[in-house]
Structure formats: C-alpha cells, structure tokens
Design a binder for this molecule. Structure first.
Ligand code: RB5
Length: 150
C-alpha cells in the first residue's frame, strides 16, 4: 500500500464526511493526521485546508491526503496550486483507481455534500490499494512538473 500516513482535511462542507473517513482509516490501521476544520458550525475557507494538506504531502510529512469540501472542487483547485500536488476529485472507485494508476494521484478530493460514507469508503479503498503504474505515464507526470517550472 502506497499510503501509510494520510492527512484528512476539510472545510465546513466536508466536515461530517471527514469525521466518518477518519474513523474508517483508523479502523484499517492508517496513521491519520486530522488537518481540520474542527466543526461544521462556522463557515471556513477551503483554500486554507487544501493548501495545508498539499503542503503536508509534498514535504513528505504524510504519504498522501484526502481533502473534502462541499463539492470537492474548490479544495482540489487549492491543493493543485501547490507544486508537486496531484489532487483528483473522484466520485467513484473506478476514477480513484485510474487516477492512481495513470496520474500517481497523491491527494484524493471528495465532495462532502454529494457522496455518502459508504461510497466514500469504496473510493478511498480503491485509492489506497492501487499503485502507480509508471511506464508510459511517467513522461506525462514529468510534463506536469514542467508546466509548474514556467
Ligand atoms: C462552501 O460553502 C463551499 O463553497 C465549499 O465547500 C466548496 O463546495 C467549494 O468548492
């Protein structure tokens, strides 16, 4: 498994799903860091949590991250502004598997207002248990890094 240490972070729109995911990850013995937020009573800003999770990943404090906002869109855009982040918004397990195989996705984004806990667990299970394929995809990952270099 590629991911032994995982940060899970969300805004208020993803808070409930985050709590559910943390319990799931702990049950399957993943070392979890809760990157916030701390409740869903106050409105908070998803860029803060997307950036925090992405920086933890690229600095190798964790192996990967799961980020959640209402749609999963804003927080994935935020994470992808950090150099080295490859965040992918997935709403099914096949996408999660393919983004690991082809994109070496290091950050999984989920929409807390659009998927339930059971669907999230299936997506996460696929993401955690699929290794990057390398090979023909390596050139394209390097091309992503070159975009960041400009
Ligand atoms: C917060 O209301 C909402 O905008 C946020 O959770 C997310 O969906 C943004 O993309």
């Amino acid at each position: 498994m590629s991911f032994k240490k995982v940060m899970v972070a969300s805004d208020h729109g993803g808070y409930r799903l985050k709590q559910d995911i943390i319990s799931f990850l702990e049950k399957i013995h993943i070392e979890v860091t809760d990157g916030g937020c701390d409740d869903d009573e106050d409105s908070v800003d998803y860029p803060i949590y997307g950036e925090k999770a992405a920086r933890a990943v690229v600095s190798k404090k964790v192996d990967g991250a799961i980020i959640i906002c209402g749609t999963g869109i804003g927080i994935s855009i935020a994470a992808n502004r950090v150099k080295g982040a490859r965040a992918a918004l997935c709403d099914n397990a096949e996408y999660a598997k393919l983004t690991r195989l082809h994109n070496d996705c290091n950050i999984l984004a989920l929409g807390g207002r659009f998927i339930d806990g059971q669907t999230a667990r299936k997506i996460i299970f696929a993401w955690l248990n699929t290794e990057y394929e390398g090979g023909r995809h390596e050139k394209r990952i390097k091309m992503l890094d070159e975009i960041e270099a400009v």
